[in-house]
Design a protein. Structure first.
Ligand code: ZN
Length: 320
């Protein structure tokens, strides 16, 4: 059998993008398993959620959005620090770039390495990479919660850190009046989870409980389709939890028995593949996911920084 191509380096097929109106002035762009985006209208301004990997990619989304509204972007909200969500920020001409304090620290600490790592893993998302002017720096940060009044009868947008999860600093964007939640990569709806920078135990327990407790009627996850209605929203949350708990069980068993990382990977792959193996980026993510969880079981508190070199070494060890 031929070796699997590294991460998503051989995934070159263009994905269809779909703009959906979730409520009056609330928009989402989904892309068949590629990163999702959002936008929320205030009375005389826009809040955008996520920025894609390059300004050229982001501009295509903005062109779609401009068919619905020409309000200027006051806030660009970054759910977390990953390159494919933030490096397109300059296209928005936003007055303010918002993230959690933790996310800003992570950009300082590992933003450059993450850029190089993600570019190598999934080059297709980096459309015209030379259009990226540099790292994206948040200009407004908060620790737990920030509320943006939208004006008129639009209600408010609540940005909230609900605990460590997909990264150390993920936030969600919640519209209590419209009951719409942009969950970032804390929830995936029929797409595989990337957990290479995650805190698996916090995420599967308290953090997802708090996401679920918001009671959203529509949920836009980091990737995959929009969940509509409480049943689908809860199913997306529980699918995310099941993925994490299955990993915890299989990796934990091998770790406790004194086995190897490769054995943990094989056991986890076998346990997840029947249900999740066909979902976007499953094979891409799993080596990095298992490697990080293995480190957590070994007592490593914060994720080691992924570099392009470390990516290849782990890939060759587990998927090679
Ligand atoms: Zn991410």
């Amino acid at each position: 059998m031929a070796a699997k191509p590294f991460a998503s380096s051989a995934d070159l097929g263009v994905k269809e993008q779909t703009l959906e109106v979730l409520a009056d002035g609330v928009y989402a762009l989904t892309a068949a398993g590629d990163p999702n985006l959002g936008a929320i209208e205030g009375e005389d301004f826009l809040v955008c959620f996520e920025a894609l990997a390059t300004p050229v990619a982001a501009r295509r989304w903005l062109t779609r959005l401009r068919e619905h509204t020409d309000k200027p972007v006051r806030y660009l909200v970054l759910s977390h620090y990953h390159a494919v969500r933030v490096l397109g920020a300059s296209a928005f001409d936003a007055e303010v770039i918002v993230s959690s304090e933790q996310t800003k620290r992570l950009i300082e600490e590992r933003g450059q390495q993450d850029w190089e790592s993600e570019y190598g893993r999934m080059p297709r998302l980096f459309e015209e990479p030379e259009s990226i002017p540099g790292l994206t720096w948040p200009t407004m940060t908060f620790r737990d919660r920030l509320t943006i009044e939208l004006g008129g009868d639009r209600g408010e947008l609540v940005l909230e850190f609900l605990g460590r999860g997909h990264t150390e600093g993920d936030i969600v964007a919640w519209l209590p009046k419209q009951e719409v939640l942009f969950a970032g990569d804390l929830v995936e709806s029929q797409a595989a989870l990337y957990t290479g920078d995650a805190f698996h135990f916090d995420w599967a327990a308290g953090t997802l409980d708090r996401v679920k407790a918001l009671g959203a009627q529509q949920l836009v996850g980091g990737r995959g389709k929009i969940a509509r209605g409480r049943d689908e929203v809860d199913a997306a949350v529980e699918q995310t939890r099941d993925f994490l708990l299955t990993m915890q069980r299989t990796v934990g068993d091998v770790h406790r028995a004194g086995g190897t990382l490769k054995q943990a990977f094989d056991a986890t792959h076998a346990a997840l593949a029947p249900q999740y193996g066909a979902w976007p980026i499953f094979e891409h993510c799993l080596p990095f996911d298992v490697s990080r969880l293995w480190d957590e079981f070994s007592g490593t508190e914060r994720p080691d920084i992924w570099t392009a070199e470390r990516d290849r070494a782990v890939w060759d060890q587990l998927q090679g």
